[in-house]
Design a protein around this ligand. Structure first.
Ligand SMILES: O=C(O)CCC(=O)C(=O)O
Ligand SMILES: [Fe+2]
Length: 357
């Protein structure tokens, strides 16, 4: 990837300014109580953690966590294996490439909102196999069993990836439980939706780019799933749109931290109490960058809708129910091809009469 293809050139409104402001005041939450039962069982400690998370979800839509309990060896293991994989010849990587039939694997020209991203990725699922609808068409009831395709090189990628998946899954459940508590719900209110989860992990590689002012590593978007747990290296390039004024802010890399993003599904479940926030990844002309998002997603047959407990006469449901698997498949179809149609988004399910955000 050294030539800038016209499919990658961003519309003027999305072209990034190269001097993005580094964010001040992004919530940095210390999760050490999670790994110390004597603290976790102290109502004072637990309640202040729940409040911190609730405030971050409401005011920012994302936050960073430290002391999360994922061992540094597990983090280093996946990062080292990812670097080795992306350093291979393109021909070798393409042996595990993604296409219409192989849903997960290597891909070098992914589109976000119909613009080509400056990156290459390798995707694998957390459950193996993962069940998904065979197509996005509502009348098609066929279910597909999706299996991971691991590359031959580096041979350790599979074990490092599976270990990472288990560790991040554990952390994601904890975060989900804290988010449920922060909404005044029982701790395990969301957990059932994740039996047969469609979560997946993406290894992102952003090569240096000769024209970082014209392209993006990932075009501005919101994550469609429930929660994203993102690891980034020390290069920096992850920007979020601040809710209060729409300004793009750079999230400074913090070693061994994760950036947690509220996704569209939590926005719908919470009936807009928490909102999913727009973000993007910038590239630069000097250094390659790596990042690893864990997309924590429910089972394909979950009908996503505002929770009964969070709607009332004064605060009626703002969304009609939609099938997660079909939504996900529709989104994936537009990721693979550059299309002239608008991407599927949760606002398509907004009920009339409720204010659009
Ligand atoms: O690489 C990053 O920093 C962000 C990636 C991202 O937002 C995504 O893959 O959804
Ligand atoms: Fe994202």
């Amino acid at each position: 990837m050294s030539e800038v293809d016209s499919a990658s050139i961003q519309e003027l409104e999305h072209r990034p300014k190269l001097n993005v402001v580094e964010a001040e005041g992004i919530p940095l939450i210390d999760l050490s109580p999670l790994n110390h039962p004597e603290f976790y069982n102290d109502p004072g400690v637990l309640n202040s953690l729940i409040k911190e998370i609730g405030d971050a979800c409401k005011n920012w839509g994302f936050f960073q966590v430290i002391n999360h309990g994922v061992p540094s060896e597990v983090q280093n293991g996946i990062e080292t294996a990812a670097r080795k994989f992306f350093a291979l010849e393109t021909e070798e990587k393409r042996k595990v490439r993604r296409d219409e039939n192989i849903v997960y694997g290597y891909y070098a020209a992914e589109n976000t909102k119909n613009v080509r991203d400056w990156k290459e990725v390798f995707d694998f699922t957390v459950e193996n196999p993962t069940l998904l609808p065979a197509s996005h068409k509502p009348e098609d009831e066929e279910i597909q069993e999706v299996r991971n395709h691991w590359p031959e090189y580096p041979p350790e990628l599979r074990e490092a990836g599976e270990e990472y998946a288990r560790a991040l899954e554990r952390l994601s459940y904890k975060l989900l439980e804290l988010i449920a508590l922060s909404l005044g719900l029982p701790e395990k209110r969301f957990n059932g939706f994740f039996q047969g989860q469609t979560s997946f992990i993406r290894l992102n590689h952003y090569p240096p780019c000769p024209t970082p002012d014209l392209v993006l590593g990932v075009t501005p978007h919101k994550d469609a799933g429930a929660l994203t747990v993102l690891a980034q290296d020390d290069v920096g390039g992850f920007d979020v749109k601040r809710k209060s004024d729409g300004e793009w802010l750079r999230v400074k890399p913090v070693p061994y931290s994760y950036i947690i993003n509220v996704g569209d599904i939590i926005q719908v479940w919470s009936n807009d109490k928490y909102e999913s926030v727009e973000h993007r990844a910038m590239v630069n002309s000097e250094r390659e960058r790596f990042s690893i998002p864990f997309f924590f997603n429910p089972a394909h047959d979950v009908m996503v809708k505002p929770l009964e407990e969070l709607i009332s006469e004064e605060s009626p449901a703002k969304y009609k129910a939609y099938n997660w698997g079909k939504f996900y498949k529709a989104k994936k179809a537009t990721n693979l091809k550059k299309l002239d149609v608008e991407n599927i988004q949760i606002h398509h399910f907004k009920l009339s009469g409720s204010s659009d955000k």
